[in-house]
Design a protein around this ligand. Structure first.
Ligand SMILES: Cc1cc2nc3c(=O)[nH]c(=O)nc-3n(C[C@H](O)[C@H](O)[C@H](O)COP(=O)(O)OP(=O)(O)OC[C@H]3O[C@@H](n4cnc5c(N)ncnc54)[C@H](O)[C@@H]3O)c2cc1C
Length: 336
């Protein structure tokens, strides 16, 4: 365990926002967590890669930086393998480990920033795949009682950027390890997403491997998403709202180009980026913060912006979207 006082969080969050954590504790194993709990250090806030948080003020809580590492093979048969991964491993490094060991299932989730421990938090997803498709279970420690529990898939209540850890038991647990089941053979590739097919065709790849899929996903992401090293951001700021089909049909009479994806017979998902772009916020700049010039779903820090300025802009966008379309946007990013 490593404790630092008055640590600047700027290099610990992908918005690159400066803020002070009065107490910043790096934890390297579960015993470190028990030491923190025994000393009754409270309140606690957990940080992984800081790629899904918006820090709006200095943090008085004890910030626990998860540095629990390790990728261990737990079980395997001829077809599949179960691995247990330390919550502080970088997600992308874990996906690359899978690719290099020819283990399929997570290749579409290449290059998503952040830690393995945060992946089940919002059930990360991209290009038609969510982490839940390979998820087996996770280990978490209850921050109040210190009780260590296993959460199996059905207990995590995974949904679109949702889990029990963002809702019923929000801020109550620290996830320490996550188990995934991966395919050794008969890889079932998910190529439904148009851009993946196009990029494979462009590269004349007819029978792609998991490595090919991972490579094209990385290329697509690099071409589309702003790199936090260059411009501070946390990826998609808002979730894509799900609305009633009748509401959508009504909107379509005014906005004939409004896109949607069918969720079920009665509801559709509408791209939040389109809603925001259509009311003129794409590329919007106010001082040092704004909306990305190519991706209206991504709020950005142009340099020395403040978290509270980004938050104010987010609330303004939520209001404008509500006034215009009678749709309630919700943040995907966790507000601190
Ligand atoms: C450029 C960019 C692209 C992105 N693309 C995608 C994408 O395609 N799909 C997608 O789903 N997301 C995407 N994201 C969002 C982000 O990468 C994911 O949400 C990621 O899982 C966050 O991991 P983290 O370790 O950075 O979490 P943090 O930001 O550190 O934490 C996020 C939340 O989880 C909690 N938390 C973190 N670790 C733990 C733990 N071990 N135990 C308990 N609670 C914990 C924190 O307290 C916080 O509330 C993107 C972000 C960026 C910057």
């Amino acid at each position: 365990m490593k404790i630092k006082q008055n640590e600047n969080l700027k290099s610990y969050n992908t918005f690159n926002l400066a803020a002070t954590a009065q107490n910043f504790i790096s934890i390297f194993n579960e015993n470190d967590i028990y030491s923190v709990l025994v000393e009754d250090l409270k309140p606690l806030k957990i940080i992984g890669g800081g790629s899904n948080i918006l820090i709006t003020k200095d943090i008085e809580a004890y910030v626990l930086k998860n540095e629990i590492k390790g990728i261990d093979i737990i079980d395997e048969d001829d077809e599949s393998i179960m691995v247990e991964v330390g919550a502080g491993e970088q997600w992308h490094n874990f996906v690359m480990w899978c690719i290099s060991h020819r283990l399929g299932g997570l290749e579409n989730l290449s290059l998503i920033p952040g830690s393995v421990g945060a992946a089940p938090m919002q059930n990360i997803g991209a290009y038609g795949v969510e982490q839940e498709s390979c998820f087996h279970s996770l280990t978490a420690i209850h921050l109040e009682s210190g009780i260590r529990s296993t959460f199996f898939k059905h207990q995590c209540k995974f949904g679109y950027r949702e889990s029990i850890f963002k809702n019923e038991v929000k801020d109550q647990y620290i996830i320490t390890k996550v188990k995934y089941i991966l395919n050794k053979i008969n890889h079932k590739l998910n190529l439904d997403y148009g851009a993946i097919k196009e990029m494979l065709a462009l590269n004349h790849i007819v029978t792609p491997t998991i490595k090919d899929v991972s490579d094209v996903v990385i290329k697509i992401r690099q071409s589309k998403l702003p790199d936090p090293q260059i411009i501070g951001n946390a990826g998609s700021f808002f979730k894509n709202p799900v609305i009633a089909l009748s509401h959508y049909n009504e909107l379509k009479t005014t906005y004939d180009k409004i896109p949607c994806f069918l969720v079920n017979d009665n509801s559709v998902k509408v791209p939040a980026g389109w809603l925001i772009e259509n009311i003129g916020y794409k590329g919007f700049v106010r001082g040092q913060v704004g909306v990305h010039k190519d991706q209206a779903l991504v709020l950005v820090n142009h340099g020395n912006g403040q978290g509270r300025e980004i938050y104010a802009l987010a609330l303004e966008i939520i209001d404008k979207v509500r006034e215009t379309y009678n749709i309630e946007l919700t943040a995907e990013v966790n507000i601190w």
